[in-house]
Design a protein around this ligand. Structure first.
Ligand code: 5GP
Length: 191
């Protein structure tokens, strides 16, 4: 997606050789006009998938998913919770995820009320690195008996193993921009 690629080149900041910081439009401040274009693009790519629900994980995925949902006929957005909370039902699907950015494990949880066997789920997330967050979300959908129709990612880091892992398991991955390499403070995008 050309607009997103331009924005990454303009505002993305390389952190070492593996992390891209895009706080100015995606992870802290949100560019709503850009998100609208991203939502349209997800719809274009998954137009044939008959999606009934979008699943993401807090925090940064929520805004992306909500804006995209409007282009899928306002399907509900469910976000997996990362924190255990007294007001979250005990009747949850749960999965353990290794966090790439925090270098530790955490649990994602969704109340069983919000995923079901009839759901056709599009998983959306801000970044794809090694695929652990996506695998955790896939696991939640599988526990519910629902179908994962695809995985929509804003920025994929093509030099990490996420896409390979997910495609080997048979999942369709669509990324709006792919970072080929981060090297000496320079971000190189795939065509
Ligand atoms: P994975 O689970 O695929 O290894 O990593 C994806 C998750 O880690 C995303 O949900 C995202 O929050 C975070 N993440 C991974 N790499 C980056 C990165 O380079 N920049 C940012 N901002 N987040 C990342």
């Amino acid at each position: 997606m050309e607009l997103l690629k331009q924005r990454i080149m303009q505002d993305g900041i390389a952190m070492g050789d593996s992390v891209l910081k895009v706080d100015s439009f995606l992870n802290h401040q949100i560019d709503v006009a850009l998100f609208n274009e991203m939502g349209k693009e997800f719809k274009r790519r998954f137009a044939d998938a008959n999606i009934t629900k979008i699943l993401t994980v807090e925090a940064s995925g929520i805004a992306v998913a909500c804006i995209a949902a409007q282009y899928f006929g306002n399907v509900p957005v469910v976000f997996a919770k990362k924190q255990e909370a007294s007001n979250l039902s005990a009747d949850v699907y749960a999965s353990n995820v290794f966090s790439f950015t925090k270098n530790r494990n955490y649990t994602v949880r969704v109340d069983k009320k919000y995923l079901s066997a009839t759901d056709r789920v599009l998983i959306i997330d801000d970044f794809l690195a090694n695929g652990n967050a996506a695998l955790g979300l896939i696991d939640l959908v599988q526990q519910s008996g629902g179908t994962v129709t695809g995985i929509g990612i804003v920025i994929e880091k093509g030099f990490q193993t996420g896409r390979k892992l997910l495609e080997e398991k048979g999942y369709r991955v669509e990324s709006l921009a792919i970072v080929q390499e981060i090297h000496d403070g320079t971000v190189i995008l795939a065509d």
